[in-house]
Design a protein around this ligand. Structure first.
Ligand code: GLY
Ligand code: MN
Ligand code: MN
Length: 490
């Protein structure tokens, strides 16, 4: 075959194959994302433009980057899962040079046969038009010369920058460049100017408004999002159930983590929504314990497991605390039942109109009273560190999702997650030391109450103990031993 023909065939094939044929088919649709952009437009002030940037690529070490995760606002509005892109949404129609009109435009990574061979398929501007339904899609290299007159808008809405984006010198239109080009276009005050005067810039830049708009939108889930959350929650519950069956003294925290995460992947969940927290014994007292290094769990301990599968962007957030031996000790059960009672109390008032702060107060009241009865604290009114966190947050594209944190409304998706953590030497009686319990469930706020989404994972001590009696497919999963001895002693 002559070289010209070969390169024509290569290019033709390259152009046609923008879409990965092996993608799952249950992602949110392009129509859904388009409708979300329209909702933003409706909430924007008159004569304004809103600008959103894709998330940065983060370097892990040397030439290895962290797995890319799109900025949740950007994903919500586009479905685009690649870096180095910028989206503009206009309140009113704009006129293009060719006379056509448009009210949104996106600049995306260009196709690049060499780069794609290394790091994967890119949609490019054509793929973005066809598959994401953004009619005005261009290569990001065009953004610099895109000359919409930003000074003509009453407001330019965007989220301020953290100045933590790396510049890739081989790419003149990476995120760093797109942000720099944007700053020039809109007269963004330079950092030194800001440090001289701490006042808000007196111009049309609005760096707050988008937070309110996106909180309002993302905090109320659509039926399509609720389906995603249901899947993420179910997958995460199955992980808890299978670990309950498989749990044995001597297992490591990391093995337990691995069982959960294997199950997430079995169901095609791409990732975890946050680093998995698997803390045996006193490690459970560290609220965001992600080391998960303990090599052997003891039969005397509880293990606190806070994990959420991320399914097509949407994450669950579920915690179960179980006894490694399969049976709660009397002290463990007392603390567990107290946390459970606190959660039940909040569930009773979990409905539209209830304040987030009321949910917290309901849990704290039960916990304080119970701790005083157990003599862990002296009086109910004592200040203490045994319940040091809030009890509820939205879940969605972020584990601590955007939303209004004032009053519950229909179609919010939230957690209720009371906990008690008793570190060593913090009470007179050592029988409580090292007991850490969190129970965290996910809920959908309905018209007049809430739907408890995570019931598949047992929650009472009796139900957990019964599940832990069940056989596990992992009981017979034996692997060869490897030498774990101290290399210094060889
Ligand atoms: N997994 C973090 C939290 O429970 O909020
Ligand atoms: Mn949580
Ligand atoms: Mn959690």
């Amino acid at each position: 075959m002559n070289r010209l023909l070969l390169s024509i065939l290569l290019v033709a094939n390259f152009t046609l194959n923008a879409q990965n044929p092996d993608m799952p088919s249950d992602f949110l649709s392009k129509e859904w994302h388009k409708e979300r952009r329209q909702k933003v437009r409706e909430k924007m002030p008159p004569n304004s433009v809103a600008i959103f940037f894709a998330n940065a690529v983060r370097n892990r070490s040397n030439d290895v980057d962290y797995i890319y995760h799109q900025d949740p606002d950007f994903y919500y509005l586009t479905g685009y899962r690649e870096p180095n892109a910028v989206l503009l949404i206009f309140k009113d129609k704009q006129k293009a040079a060719n006379g056509s009109s448009y009210d949104e435009i996106i600049f995306v990574q260009p196709r690049n046969i060499m780069r794609e061979m290394w790091t994967g398929r890119r949609l490019g501007n054509l793929g973005t038009k066809e598959q994401l339904g953004l009619e005005q899609a261009f290569d990001n290299t065009e953004f610099k010369k895109y000359n919409v007159n930003f000074s003509s808008f009453s407001e330019i809405l965007f989220l301020d920058f953290y100045n933590d984006v790396r510049n890739d010198p081989r790419d003149s239109a990476d995120l760093y460049d797109l942000i720099e080009q944007f700053k020039v276009k809109v007269n963004y005050p330079r950092k030194d100017a800001l440090s001289v005067s701490r006042e808000q810039p007196k111009n049309n830049l609005n760096m707050e408004g988008l937070n309110t708009i996106m909180d309002d939108l993302r905090g109320i889930k659509t039926k399509e999002e609720i389906e995603m959350i249901r899947k993420a929650v179910m997958v995460s519950c199955v992980g808890q159930v299978e670990v309950m069956k498989a749990m044995k003294p001597g297992m490591s925290e990391r093995e337990v983590q691995g069982i959960h995460e294997y199950i997430f992947k079995r169901y095609q969940a791409e990732d975890v929504g946050y680093p998995s927290i698997v803390g045996g014994g006193h490690n459970g007292c560290i609220l965001h314990y992600i080391d998960n290094y303990k090599p052997e769990l003891s039969s005397k301990e509880l293990i606190l497991m806070d994990l959420g599968a991320e399914y097509h962007g949407y994450t669950a957030d579920i915690t179960r605390t179980i006894p490694v031996s399969g049976k709660f000790s009397p002290e463990q059960k007392k603390i567990y039942d107290l946390v459970l009672a606190a959660q039940e109390e909040a569930m009773k008032i979990c409905k539209p109109g209830t304040k987030f702060s009321d949910l917290y107060m309901a849990t704290a009241k039960v916990i304080n009273k119970g701790l005083a009865e157990l003599k862990v604290i002296e009086k109910e009114t004592d200040r203490h560190l045994y319940y040091p966190h809030g009890c509820c947050h939205h879940i969605g594209l972020d584990v601590h999702d955007r939303g209004n944190y004032d009053v519950l409304q229909e179609n919010m998706a939230i957690t209720i997650e009371p906990g008690i953590y008793i570190q060593e030497n913090t009470t007179k009686d050592p029988k409580w030391w090292g007991i850490a319990v969190r129970i965290e469930d996910d809920y959908l706020i309905t018209k007049d109450g809430c739907e408890h989404l995570s019931t598949f994972a047992p929650r009472t001590t009796e139900a957990i103990e019964a599940m832990m009696q069940q056989p596990s497919p992992l009981d017979n999963f034996k692997l060869p031993e490897i030498d774990k001895s101290d290399p210094r002693k060889k």
